[in-house]
Design a binder for this molecule. Structure first.
Ligand code: MRU
Length: 356
């Protein structure tokens, strides 16, 4: 896999933050410079940056930008409140803010900005290493499926590729590592209405030369039922200590169809996406997004023109995530290895967290 555009990085001036604006993809590659905490909050809320690990990194840098303006406790509290309110489901966002807060709060005001930038950078470096390790564990699995079937047919949902992280991705990391290692792999990408993150997955796999095909969301059950899929790989926005997996809306239906057809269904779960405080997926807050995302669709020409799909004023609901119970998940692919999607499985890989 060759050099990819960076999803987020500190700019050459050493303090402002460059983000790849994902609302312009797949039509245009647009890099925006973010200079304030409020701008970063807007970028997260409107999904210019998106994907659980990436919004954690973006929130961390948002807090750095806030500290540059005012490093006092009251300003830190206000910035954290603003950033936390942007997107409630991915645990990475709140966890990244808590991590930076724990570092800066004990420090004198004059040392806080530098310490925050250093911690945000460390978080990004860790994200890359975690995803690469998930890639290696998952690629071994794909190699096994390919050895049996000749070519491994992966079904994925949403975008859990490098665009959703600092690099590599979660669910696509095994695909990239397998492809780079010579394993014949083809990826079926569900469109992921209403935001169409499947187009992002198609864009990044296309750039990397990984064979892929986009399907309408409703086609997944048919493919699973007719033997076209060897393995399902999805990401997660929050996984409970008991192995319930919250991910993009539509994931649960795929898990049900996979189980009915005995197709292995794996979630790729970085440690920072595990919420050790929760024992049930029912307790995960599910983001309800603006109904216009369902009512309207982009004209698809990169112009920003939106086309209405339903009668004017139609009431719509737009839950952005769903929960797949651990019992429907074949396994969790983490940076520490693969485990059963259960409290015992996760405790085996993260004994120190499970005990805490
Ligand atoms: O609403 P999004 O696009 O931020 O949702 C992203 C997902 O649900 C991804 O599948 C998830 O973050 C996977 S982990 C990279």
């Amino acid at each position: 896999m060759g050099r990819r555009p960076r999803t987020i990085e500190v700019a050459d001036d050493g303090w402002s933050v460059s983000i790849l604006d994902q609302t312009a993809l797949p039509h245009r590659v647009v890099v925006r410079t973010v200079t304030t905490c409020a701008e970063m909050a807007e970028a997260i809320r409107t999904m210019r940056v998106r994907g659980a690990p990436l919004i954690g990194a973006a929130a961390a840098y948002g807090l750095c930008l806030a500290l540059r303006t005012d490093p006092a406790n009251a300003a830190v509290d206000a910035a954290m409140t603003m950033l936390r309110a942007t997107r409630p489901t991915a645990v990475n966002l709140a966890a990244a803010l808590a991590r930076l807060d724990a570092v800066v709060r004990p420090l004198p005001l004059g040392s806080r900005v530098a310490a925050a930038y250093a911690e945000a950078a460390a978080l990004c470096v860790e994200d890359v290493a975690i995803n690469q390790a998930i890639g290696d564990h998952g690629a071994a699995l794909l190699r096994t499926v390919a050895a049996a079937d000749g070519r491994v047919q992966v079904l994925t949902h949403c975008n859990a590729g490098y665009l959703a992280t600092v690099d590599w991705g979660t669910a696509l990391a095994p695909v990239y590592r397998a492809h780079d290692g010579g394993v014949p792999v083809h990826v079926w990408i569900s469109e992921t209405r209403p935001r169409g993150q499947g187009a992002l997955t198609a864009w990044e796999l296309g750039q990397a030369g990984v064979p892929h095909t986009v399907i309408a969301d409703n086609a997944a059950g048919h493919l699973l039922g007719t033997g076209k899929i060897g393995i399902c790989l999805v990401g997660t926005d929050r996984t409970t200590a008991t192995g319930d997996v919250c991910n993009k809306i539509g994931t649960y239906l795929k898990a049900l169809a996979a189980r009915d057809n005995d197709v292995p269904f794996y979630a790729c779960v970085p440690g920072p996406s595990i919420d050790w405080s929760l024992r049930s997926g029912a307790d995960i807050p599910i983001e309800e997004r603006d109904g216009d995302e369902v009512r309207r669709v982009s004209a698809g020409d990169g112009s920003g023109t939106m086309v209405r799909l339903v009668p004017d004023g139609t009431p719509v609901a737009n839950p952005a995530f769903d929960v797949t119970p651990g019992r429907l998940v074949t396994g969790l692919i983490t940076e520490r290895g693969i485990c059963v999607a259960s409290a015992a499985g996760l405790a085996g890989l993260y004994p120190e967290r499970a005990r805490a």
